[in-house]
Write a new protein. Structure first.
Length: 430
């Protein structure tokens, strides 16, 4: 068989392994090692098995991943999420559907320090869901807004997904974070608008508004955002200003968050627990990275990426058609795969075709992450949905999935806007 056919066969085997619930961290190295051995030889494949983990674990750039994760877990331990939700409720609570908008706002601000969709959804739901149920919100609206709000953690910088994309494709992490600002704010505004539309046409889904607050009460509540703003400005400003590398920015941000946590009387036991949680999440990501490294070598020697590029050129596809095919692939895969795994699996394959089509790699990175974000709330996997289900076992899965449908529509609209007007991202970094 030609290398290209072996590459296609390897991808099919990979998808079949995922269908039978084989962990992606095992499926990628297994297929990658077998395919590489078939094409190059077992001796070289075994040598690859030895060097790939070393390449990943000794790469200084990857050390930013556990640091950003630790920063988000520390913020959760410092009970920042509760303060954020109280602040947002003070500002929006008197509106019809105001508590749902407050949940969106709290998710967006917490995302700016968490970097993880799953962490954002889990943390905000523990604070906001009981309060929304007390106020009489329909379970579908409450669950939908919390599951969708959590996805903001994927796109609002610092984002672990964007960090991974930048490391895989060797793009500027700072440029990716800056380019994601407007799409992140669009997502925040789009979700809030979706809540307003829902409660306008179906007011029975929203509970009773909270008592009105004065302008000064609203102004005083903004003090809760101070700690987040400090971390956000230091991390993003340091990256964009060239003062920090991504790893240094993660370290400085984590140190500031640790000081905030200590100032808020977070105990040593809680800090040790935060270290354990961060290590557990980091180990999963690093195992996937090592598997992706081995699989990437197989993709490289099979020349499947160049084969796809040649097929696209021969078919006469326009750049827009290429982009739409890739986005459609992501939406379909998102129904079955975890977001991080999907990026690690597909970006090395499609990236050469994207560059050949003439797209800006920074712009494509943000578009990719937003599309992957859709997979976090779409059936049958929908990782955010299952995180919410784990936090609130009394909520039926069907109710949660029904609740996220309007927010999926809002994400599709945002994606269309960013594809139609790429200068919203490219302009800010040029």
């Amino acid at each position: 068989m030609s290398p290209e056919i072996v590459g296609v066969f390897g991808i099919v085997v990979m998808l079949l392994l995922l269908v039978i619930r084989c962990p992606i961290a095992l499926a990628m190295p297994a297929v990658g090692l077998g395919g590489f051995a078939y094409l190059i030889g077992w001796e070289q494949a075994l040598a690859l098995l030895e060097t790939a983990p070393t390449d990943i674990l000794s790469n200084f750039s990857f050390s930013a991943i556990p640091l950003f994760i630790f920063m988000g877990v520390l913020a959760s331990k410092a009970r920042m999420a509760g303060e954020l939700f109280d602040m947002a409720r003070t500002i929006f609570g008197a509106w019809r559907g105001g508590m749902a908008m407050a949940a969106v706002m709290a998710s967006g601000v917490f995302s700016a320090i968490s970097g993880s969709s799953l962490a954002t959804a889990a943390t905000i739901s523990k604070v906001a869901l009981p309060e929304m149920e007390k106020k009489g919100y329909a379970q579908s609206l409450a669950a939908g807004v919390l599951a969708a709000g959590g996805t903001l953690g994927v796109i609002i910088p610092p984002s672990i997904a964007l960090l991974l994309y930048g490391l895989i494709t060797e793009q500027s992490i700072g440029a990716l974070f800056i380019a994601a600002l407007i799409p992140g704010l669009l997502g925040l505004a789009g979700y809030a608008l979706t809540v307003w539309l829902i409660v306008t046409f179906k007011p029975q889904l929203a509970g009773e508004p909270s008592p009105k607050t004065t302008f000064w009460e609203k102004l005083r509540s903004l003090r809760s955002v101070g700690a987040f703003l400090i971390v956000f400005i230091v991390v993003l400003g340091g990256l964009y200003g060239g003062f920090f590398t991504p790893t240094e920015a993660a370290a400085v941000g984590t140190f500031i968050t640790l000081l905030i946590a200590l100032a808020r009387k977070v105990t040593l036991h809680e800090i040790v627990g935060a270290v354990g949680e961060s290590l557990a999440m980091s180990v999963v990501i690093f195992f996937m990275l090592m598997g992706a490294e081995i699989f990437g070598y197989f993709i490289s020697v099979s020349r499947i990426s160049f084969y796809i590029t040649d097929l696209i050129s021969a078919a006469g596809f326009t750049p827009l058609m290429v982009l739409l095919c890739i986005l459609a692939l992501y939406i379909v895969l998102g129904c079955f795969m975890d977001a991080m795994a999907m990026m690690l699996l597909t970006v090395p394959v499609v990236f050469p075709a994207v560059i050949a089509a003439g797209f800006d790699p920074i712009w494509f990175g943000v578009i990719t992450v937003i599309t992957v974000e859709l997979g976090l709330i779409t059936p049958p996997v929908g990782m955010n949905v299952f995180v919410l289900k784990a936090s609130a076992r009394h909520l039926p899965l069907g109710t949660i999935f029904r609740g996220v449908v309007p927010f999926v529509a809002a994400d599709v609209v945002r994606l269309a806007i960013l594809v139609a007007f790429p200068w919203l991202m490219i302009g800010i970094i040029s």
